[in-house]
Design a protein around this ligand. Structure first.
Ligand SMILES: [Cu+2]
Length: 180
């Protein structure tokens, strides 16, 4: 019985891990490039635009050499006004920035002229229960029978996540039932 209990515990931990994966994610800023200078000033905004960030997700900033991460207003960040109002700052590489509110958040490196060299980024964070807004249906062509609109792209991520959540909850329920 002890073996079964430990097996159940392992399953429970795995299912909780799946649940966590389905609900929140940590994104490494710049992926393998990390947080550094870049020759294209749009690099980090392009990176951010490629992600769907939600409340509960987090950003991880990895860097070498001397950098930092400072959250600023978007206006200060756009202007690289590193003496503007610092909303928050992180000094150590590996900094994990939790995204706790929806809306836009802007980050720069405040060291020297690094911001002007491309170390700035504005991300858009969606509410936790909001998926990517569906794109509007294509305009109907007059005189042509409109085909049904394609399903919104957001559906694929929802369909991916729901079985994970349901499976995790089923495993938790099974573990709870078996432990009595
Ligand atoms: Cu820097």
């Amino acid at each position: 019985m002890a073996l079964e209990r430990s097996t159940m515990l392992a399953l429970l931990l795995i299912s909780l891990g799946l649940l966590q994966t389905a609900l929140a994610a940590e994104y490494v800023v710049g992926d393998a490039t990390g947080w550094t200078y870049d020759e294209t000033l749009k690099f980090y905004n392009d990176w951010a635009a490629s992600k769907t960030l939600k409340v509960g997700d987090s950003l991880k900033f990895n860097w070498v050499s001397v950098h930092d991460v400072v959250e600023m207003s978007q206006a200060d960040a756009d202007a690289c006004n590193s003496v503007g109002n610092k909303i928050s700052e992180w000094q150590e590489s590996g900094a994990v920035v939790d995204l706790t509110t929806a809306g836009t958040h802007s980050y720069i490196c405040s060291i020297g002229s690094h911001c002007n060299a491309g170390m700035k980024m504005t991300v858009t964070v969606l509410a936790a229960d909001t998926s990517t807004p569906a794109s509007p249906p294509p305009p109907a062509t007059p005189g042509v029978t409109a085909a049904p609109p394609p399903p919104p792209t957001a559906a694929s991520s929802i369909q991916l996540r729901q079985p994970l959540i349901v499976g995790a909850l089923a495993l938790i329920a099974a573990c709870a039932a078996l432990s009595f």
